[in-house]
Every structure is written in C-alpha cells, then in structure tokens.
Ligand binder design. Structure first.
Ligand SMILES: NC(=O)c1ccc[n+]([C@@H]2O[C@H](COP(=O)([O-])OP(=O)(O)OC[C@H]3O[C@@H](n4cnc5c(N)ncnc54)[C@H](O)[C@@H]3O)[C@@H](O)[C@H]2O)c1
Length: 350
C-alpha cells in the first residue's frame, strides 16, 4: 500500500515515518512539507519517496491509499477533509482539530466518504493503558466513581511564541496539547462514558511574559519565537461529570511548583490504579485484612508502531478502531466545554 506523510516535522520523524518503514505492507510514496528542505531531507534520510510541498499533489495521485496528517493543528481539519474527499484514508495527529466545530466537520466528511479517519490518540495502543482497561472491564476496581488526572509540569511550555502557543494555530495550550491524551486515556479505560456537565478554568500566566519565562529545556525549541504569540492556557483545572466516573483535571505546562506530576488515578470501591503516564501502573486494593499493592510486570511494545499497524490493518479489514473520529469526538466536545466554561466562568451542561 502506498502512503504519504504530510508534515515532516518532529512527530512525523519520531514516529509515523519509522513506523511506516517497519510495516511490510507499506511504501511511503511522498514526503510533503511546506518547508521544501524538510520534505527533501526526509527523502534523503529514508532513501525512498518523493518530496512535495503542496499536499494537493499527493491527493491527486490515485496510487496513494492513505495519508498521515502531521501538521500543526490548524491544518488538521482542512487536510484531513480534502484527503477523505479525494478517497484517501487518514490518520490525523491529535488533537482532532482546534475546536469541536472543526472536529464535527471532519466527522461529517468521514461519514459522507466512508473512508477511515483515525486520530492520533496513540495511548489507546499503549500496553499499560490497554491493561488498565482490562482491569476495569473485568471488575477488579469495582465501581470506578472518580478519576483524577494530573498533567502538571514545572517548566515544559513547548516552542514558546511559536505554533504551539498561538491560539489561532493550536486552538489552545496545555489542555488541547497534553490534556487531550490524558482525557482520552480516561475515556478509553472507563468505556467512553457520556459527559454530562463540565466546569473549568484556564489560566494564561507563566508563558505570557515571554522574555522572563525561565526554563531549563524546551520541547520544539526550534519553533520558539519571542516576537511571536503566547495567548493559550498554560494551566487548567476542570470537573467533568459523566455517565460513568467524575473526572477531575489539573494540568499545567508550567507552574511554580517544582514537580512533574504526570499520572492518572482511577478510583474504584474495590481497587484503584495509578498510571504513571507513558510507563507502568500500580494496582491498590485490600485483601484478607491487609492492604496490598503491586506493579504488574509485562513487556511494553511501541505504541506508535501499534497505532500505524492498526491503521493499515483496519483499512484492509474494515474494522473500526478505538481511535476512530466517532470516539475521539467526545473528548473534543469535553475540551471545548472546558474552554467555553472557562470563558463564561460557569458550568456547561452538554
Ligand atoms: N501523538 C503525540 O504524542 C504527538 C507528539 C507531538 C506532536 N503531536 C502532534 O503532531 C502535530 C505536529 O507536531 P510536531 O511537533 O511534529 O510539529 P512540527 O512543527 O515539528 O512539524 C509540523 C510540520 O508540518 C509542516 N506543515 C505546516 N503546514 C503544512 C502544510 N499545509 N502542508 C504540509 N506541511 C505543513 C511544518 O512545516 C512542519 O515541518 C501537532 O498536531 C501535534 O499536536 C502529537
């Protein structure tokens, strides 16, 4: 199967391209980037494909069956919808889009065309996350009534002043960039419950005085632009009531607390789980009059490889994946409600 990678920046080079190259069914026909050197560098580095700067050239080629959209968020919906309408299957990076309205348009076009539209909620392909879902589904936690989500970092604003911190490009900050993964894990593990009410507040504090933002290192340092824009949330708090558990959210790209606390606590009446984000988890319970806890031992496979393999496989089999737009749209709705609630300073009923 011929595929193309649209947007040849960090995530394309770190995960999509290497994972396609390791999938025996796939050949990458195009590397597309509006920066010609990036597309050309990919051809040179990986020794395959053609470099193009306009994604519409990729979409004109009938041999290309599927594309990865790895551009900044503002181009996700435009490119994904054009690709679907051109008959291509799409794996679009997270978040689906900048707003719920954009994500809904994408879903509509997916329904019209019938082509695959998966979103890069890659944790649905993570071994720890999948095991936690099994723990919950098989009743080991009992009634999971509350989930606490913490994605708090001391200093981790990405690409200060660049696309990540410009609302018109990214749609938001810490919540849409990191929170999307955390909320998605909660939704997946607890069976995609329906959100009912959302109350949230977002704060744009530590990054907005860009010259005086002190940090040690920065993701996407190459996109930093101190003359650019910082108008997104660098921290967020929210309470979401759902048809399942209540979800409490605390997130920060930057905070004046010198800890990085990246975890999710699933609290059930029989057991609880703390997932350390990206790694393993601990199960807590009580047994025969004592408190017990253990860390399950298993091999971790590469979630990005799993995601790409599943994407290719579902194109062949027609199987609907857990990362389909129909599922991910609920998280887009919740994040929009948090932003709307923060703007109105009141609860939103969905
Ligand atoms: N799944 C994850 O864990 C994860 C991690 C990092 C980034 N991401 C997501 O991946 C996306 C890209 O992030 P990144 O860190 O790779 O950014 P990046 O800036 O490193 O790369 C984006 C690339 O897209 C190119 N581009 C922009 N507009 C384009 C267009 N119209 N056509 C073709 N190319 C275009 C840019 O020139 C750039 O090379 C974002 O949506 C981000 O949220 C996901």
């Amino acid at each position: 199967m011929f595929v193309a990678v649209i947007g040849c920046g960090t995530i394309a080079n770190a995960s999509h391209i290497p994972s396609y190259l390791k999938n025996p069914e796939v050949r990458i026909k195009y590397f597309c980037d509006i920066i010609p050197e990036r597309a050309a560098a990919a051809v040179e580095k990986y020794g395959c494909g053609m470099a193009v700067t306009d994604y519409r050239d990729v979409l004109k080629d009938p041999e290309v069956e599927a594309v990865s959209v790895c551009t900044p968020n503002n181009m996700h919906s435009v490119i994904a919808m054009d690709a679907l309408r051109a008959g291509k299957h799409v794996l679009c990076e997270k978040p689906a889009a900048r707003t719920f309205a954009e994500a809904l348009e994408m879903q509509k076009v997916q329904h019209e065309t019938g082509k695959v539209l998966n979103i890069g909620v890659v944790n649905r392909f993570n071994d720890s996350v999948r095991r936690i879902k099994e723990y919950i589904d098989t009743g080991k936690l009992g009634d999971v009534h509350h989930v606490y989500v913490s994605f708090r970092s001391h200093r981790s604003i990405p690409g200060l002043g660049g696309p990540f911190t410009t609302k018109a490009i990214a749609g938001g900050g810490a919540l849409i960039d990191w929170g999307v993964h955390f909320l998605d894990i909660v939704m997946y593990c607890t069976g995609d419950p329906t959100p009912v009410t959302v109350t949230g507040e977002t704060f744009c504090k530590l990054g907005k005085d860009m010259p005086n933002y002190i940090y040690k290192n920065m993701w996407a340092e190459n996109t930093k632009d101190l003359n650019g824009t910082y108008d997104v949330d660098d921290s967020v708090t929210a309470l979401i009531r759902t048809s399942g558990p209540v979800i409490t959210v605390m997130g920060a790209w930057a905070q004046n607390i010198g800890e990085n606390e990246m975890y999710i606590d699933f609290m059930g009446d029989k057991g609880g789980i703390r997932l350390q984000y990206g790694v393993k988890f601990t199960f807590y319970s009580a047994e025969c009059g004592s408190l017990v806890s253990y860390e399950p031992d298993f091999n971790m496979t590469d979630m990005f490889q799993n995601e790409i393999n599943a994407f290719i496989d579902c194109i062949r089999t027609g199987k609907k994946l857990a990362s389909h737009i129909d599922t991910v749209i609920i998280t887009a709705k919740m994040m929009q409600a948090i932003y709307d609630s923060a703007e109105a300073h009141e609860e939103i009923r969905l």
